[in-house]
Design a protein around this ligand. Structure first.
Ligand SMILES: *[C@@H]1O[C@H](CO)[C@@H](O)[C@H](O)[C@H]1NC(C)=O
Ligand SMILES: *[C@@H]1O[C@H](CO)[C@@H](O)[C@H](O)[C@H]1NC(C)=O
Ligand SMILES: *[C@@H]1O[C@H](CO)[C@@H](O)[C@H](O)[C@H]1NC(C)=O
Ligand SMILES: *[C@@H]1O[C@H](CO)[C@@H](O)[C@H](O)[C@H]1NC(C)=O
Ligand SMILES: *[C@@H]1O[C@H](CO)[C@@H](O)[C@H](O)[C@H]1NC(C)=O
Ligand SMILES: *[C@@H]1O[C@H](CO)[C@@H](O)[C@H](O)[C@H]1NC(C)=O
Ligand SMILES: *[C@@H]1O[C@H](CO)[C@@H](O)[C@H](O)[C@H]1NC(C)=O
Length: 424
């Protein structure tokens, strides 16, 4: 290198200015991106695939995820429209598995997100449904979801990723809407996947459109089976001290929270998220009163607060918006579905093809420790059969510290390391 001393000093000066004024821009140029395909998903007309895929292709190492986008494609890479294959949901989970142990006897366990539901329920890191093509997932700089930190992974274990992909092939079915809403009579299902009888008022939902279930076809319809894939694009940066970590929380409007008062442990919320619910058809009595909008809500305490960096809701067809409120009634994030009005991929008429997202200026939306948040999920019930198997989820990313707070801890040590690396 033909760097003179003066050039070096000059560059160092620029570097110092750069680093001091915009510590965050350092990550921007180093964004990596990769496109992966899930294992093959085989679907014939009317059939359902709802499988778990373990050891998914995923970027490795100590990194920060910046975005996760996905869509369904065929074996030639063509995007498949929602009216042919309805993407009910895809979710991506994290788990640890014992290293170097015979595959069918190694212990593994899920590593859930930061909350809020019981057990492993809604513990995913990423996930969307039909709205996947039109929903922003990028996490603004300098924030990111930290994964692969060797200090967090238990000794003898490695971190892996799984996907659950639920897709419904609605080519040639009698009632596309009904099949996507998993109406039990269309699937001719009265028992769930495990053979347990379903209650007579369970009209539709995940228990009726399980893996390999078959939705009713039009008389005599014939169509070939085809091979599809979830094609997913991940963007990330290598972990460094300029990235500020965010935590993932998912709220579920069906969460019926109970507070147990335990003398040894204090107040302890017991969540009970049901994931899906039904929207009753509009009755004539409430039609003019509330314009056929069914509002559902839940209130849950948020244990350790922080700054909201990103927010998005998940709703199904019929959804008209969802809002997360703070205890004082302020809006934390409001997310509204957009419906397609054409036939091209990404704009399929009548389907939710995108959800609006929130990107608050970091620091502007704060959730306090222990604050009770309220989630509202609104559906229009303006048809004569309501909706079955709908969801009302809200996904937020929360930074416990803002960049200037976070960097005071780590800035100087890494800054000098950075300079050192630069010189040598
Ligand atoms: C699992 O164990 C059985 C019997 O112990 C063995 O036959 C089989 O090959 C093993 N499968 C894998 C994937 O290791
Ligand atoms: C599987 O692991 C358990 C406990 O870790 C052990 O007792 C058992 O012998 C193992 N089985 C095989 C087939 O290796
Ligand atoms: C529905 O299921 C019942 C029993 O499981 C079966 O006897 C019947 O033939 C099925 N109907 C259709 C239309 O597939
Ligand atoms: C209270 O906490 C103790 C200790 O964690 C636990 O054993 C007990 O089951 C809890 N009781 C209730 C009612 O949650
Ligand atoms: C949603 O709200 C409707 C109308 O208030 C109510 O009847 C229904 O039970 C609620 N559903 C859930 C899952 O809370
Ligand atoms: C949901 O409905 C409630 C009650 O009508 C309303 O106050 C709220 O603004 C609605 N939210 C959205 C996002 O539509
Ligand atoms: C679809 O909606 C967009 C945006 O609202 C509008 O500009 C366009 O004209 C609509 N197209 C059709 C075919 O209705």
């Amino acid at each position: 290198m033909c760097f003179g001393f003066q050039d070096l000093v000059f560059s160092l000066a620029i570097l110092v200015i750069m680093v001091l004024t915009t510590p965050c821009s350092c990550t921007q140029n180093n964004i990596k991106s990769a496109i992966f395909l899930s294992p093959k998903i085989e679907l014939g007309p009317g059939s359902v695939s709802n499988k778990f895929y373990y050891d998914l292709d995923f970027p490795r190492g100590h990194i920060a995820i910046k975005s996760f986008d996905a869509e369904v494609v065929d074996e030639y890479g063509n995007s498949i429209p929602l009216y042919e294959t309805y993407l009910h949901h895809w979710v991506i989970g994290r788990y640890y598995i014992q290293k170097n142990v015979n595959d069918n006897n190694s212990s593994q366990y899920n590593v859930r997100n930061s909350g809020l539901c019981q057990g492993d329920v809604l513990g995913q890191y990423f996930g969307l449904g039909s709205e996947t093509r039109g929903t922003f997932t990028y996490i603004q700089d300098p924030f990111g979801i930290e994964i692969g930190n060797p200090k967090e992974i238990p000794k003898g274990y490695e971190e892996k990723w799984l996907a659950n992909i639920h897709a419904i092939d609605t080519r040639g079915v009698e009632d596309k809407k009904g099949c996507t809403e998993c109406m039990c009579d269309l699937y001719n299902v009265t028992k769930d996947e495990n053979g347990e009888p379903l209650s007579p008022d369970y009209k539709g939902g995940l228990h009726c459109c399980y893996d390999l279930a078959q939705c009713k076809l039009k008389e005599g319809f014939k169509g070939r089976k085809r091979s599809l894939y979830l094609r997913y694009t991940i963007k990330w940066v290598d972990w460094d001290s300029f990235v500020v970590p965010v935590k993932i929380y998912i709220f579920d409007v069906t969460d019926t929270l109970q507070i147990s008062h335990n003398s040894s442990k204090g107040i302890n919320p017991i969540h009970n998220c049901l994931i899906e619910y039904q929207v009753e058809p509009c009755s004539t009595s409430n039609k003019d009163e509330n314009g056929c909008v069914i509002v559902n809500r839940t209130s849950v305490p948020f244990k350790s607060g922080g700054y909201v960096i990103y927010g998005v809701a998940h709703q199904h067809s019929g959804g008209i918006g969802s809002t997360l409120y703070g205890q004082d009634g302020r809006v934390i994030c409001s997310s509204i579905p957009s419906y397609g009005n054409g036939s091209e991929v990404g704009n399929e008429e009548g389907y939710i093809v995108g959800m609006s997202t929130c990107y608050p200026k970091p620091g502007s939306i704060k959730i306090n420790d222990g604050e009770t948040l309220t989630l509202l999920s609104n559906y229009s019930s303006n048809n004569n059969r309501g909706h079955t198997g709908v969801m009302g989820l809200f996904y937020i990313l929360v930074a416990e510290q803002l960049p200037h707070q976070y960097f005071t801890n780590s800035f100087f040590s890494s800054f000098f390391l950075y300079i050192k690396n630069f010189i040598y």
